[in-house]
Design a protein around this ligand. Structure first.
Ligand code: ADP
Length: 414
């Protein structure tokens, strides 16, 4: 089955075509036929595309909305520009799998999109006003381009964390706010946390029930999850993706009273402060330079810059603090798993986060750690009581596999 995986944003559309079925899932034999993205939708859009591991092809086109972008991508997959065509025609796409950011308390697992499910995703718009409407536009575009009969499946960022116990998801604010408005912690990056914990259990040949790990997704957005018995029992993001770890441009945890203080002192509206905490804070805000960890590494290598150093220190310290808290919250873990652009590619950050974790039985093997960039493997010494792993995430693969499982009515994990 060829699944077109879509992640529709406000002005972007990320896509992959993955050939998979139950047999391929069992043998890890899924095949990536194409991957790419359309950026700057609404004007002169830029399309990058890579077919079957070939060269990255770049093109531009006037694409006024997501439907136009999807139609264009399909055209490129069918044409033979830049090599053999990926598809013979639209009929070669058998299903669409969508990343949907917020599934609220309703969606505990991936679901076939029906009119009722569409309505329920719309009901979650209040919880993710920036994301869910764009995700829904991706679904509508799917029907327009592929016809009403195409099966479409929703895979939610929040679903994996619906196993959080009440004591972990409730904020200590008046209870009626939870009842009336759904104000509680939901958590995000669920597909990534679920995927790397699945890879870990394959690597160590464990059952889901035997999987007790802390996963650290460190990319532009960053979050940690405590996974006990294969289920998420705690995570660092909250009602929105702003809570928790320090991120590229997001502050993570802070005293909520600060919001009002900033508004008053800087003469900003509450929405402007919220935007500042989302887009001007984190590594960018502290360093005053960039949200890009690679650039921060380059700066530190060239000269001493206090703000760059402190930005990295706060980033790593916050992650270490969460590891300690999660070890207590989940009653100990067997492994820490690093993923995401920073987690996968920066041995320096992994070392800095784990420095001083020997009390928890963590014994970093520096040679192994430095040798691992973007590859799967252990970073701790053999026999380390708390093991460390790097596992590159692959949310698209999990979305494609869930799409197949949902369509075939196969029970799918967590
Ligand atoms: P997103 O959350 O948008 O998917 P990614 O997971 O791609 O983001 O992560 C982006 C981050 O990963 C950026 O801060 C980038 O600098 C960082 N990164 C990528 N490669 C490296 C590297 N070799 N060393 C350090 N940081 C890296």
């Amino acid at each position: 089955m060829n699944v077109l995986v879509l992640n529709a944003g406000s002005s972007s559309l990320k896509f992959q075509v993955i050939a998979t079925d139950m047999d391929r899932i069992a043998k890890d034999g899924d095949e990536r036929l194409s991957r790419g993205q359309v950026e700057r939708i609404g004007g002169e859009a830029v399309v990058t595309m890579q077919n079957r591991g070939g060269p990255r092809l770049k093109s531009t086109a006037q694409l006024h909305d997501i439907t136009a972008a999807l139609r264009y991508v399909l055209g490129r997959l069918i044409s033979d520009e830049g090599g053999a065509p990926v598809l013979k025609g639209p009929g070669d796409i058998h299903a669409l799998g969508h990343r949907i950011v917020h599934g609220g308390e309703i969606f505990t697992q991936s679901s076939m999109i029906t009119p009722q499910v569409l309505q329920q995703i719309e009901d979650c718009i209040d919880l993710a006003p920036l994301h869910n409407p764009n995700n829904l536009k991706g679904v509508a575009a799917g029907y327009e381009v592929f016809g009403k009969q195409i099966p479409q499946v929703a895979v939610f960022d929040t679903a994996f964390h619906t196993s959080l116990p009440e004591h972990a998801y409730l904020y200590a604010i008046p209870y009626h706010l939870y009842r009336r408005h759904g104000i509680r912690r939901y958590g995000f990056h669920g597909t990534s946390h679920r995927y790397v914990s699945y890879r870990y259990r394959k690597l160590r040949q464990l059952t889901r029930e035997q999987t007790n790990v802390i996963t650290l997704h460190l990319g532009n957005g960053c979050s940690a999850a405590a996974i006990r018995g294969g289920k998420s029992v705690e995570t660092s993001m909250g009602m929105t993706p702003l809570e928790g770890l320090v991120m590229g441009t997001r502050a993570g945890d802070l005293d909520p009273a600060i919001v009002n203080v900033i508004a008053n002192k800087e003469g900003l509206s509450l929405s402007q402060v919220e935007a500042m905490l989302n887009t001007q804070s984190g590594l960018l805000g502290l360093s005053g330079l960039t949200n890009d960890m690679r650039v921060l590494h380059e700066e530190s290598a060239m000269h001493e810059d206090h703000r760059v150093r402190v930005a990295i220190e706060v980033f790593c310290y916050r992650a270490r603090k969460y590891i300690g808290a999660f070890l207590a919250a989940m009653g100990g873990a067997d492994a820490l798993i690093f993923t995401g652009g920073i987690g996968e590619n920066s041995p320096e950050i992994r070392e800095q986060i784990c420095a001083g974790l020997e009390w928890a039985g963590f014994r970093m093997d520096t040679g192994r750690n430095r040798a691992l960039a973007g590859k799967e493997g252990a970073i701790t010494a053999d026999g380390s009581a708390l093991a460390g792993y790097v596992i590159p995430t692959d949310e698209e693969l999990l979305i494609a596999r869930d799409t197949v499982r949902v369509i075939l009515g196969e029970p799918h994990p967590s």
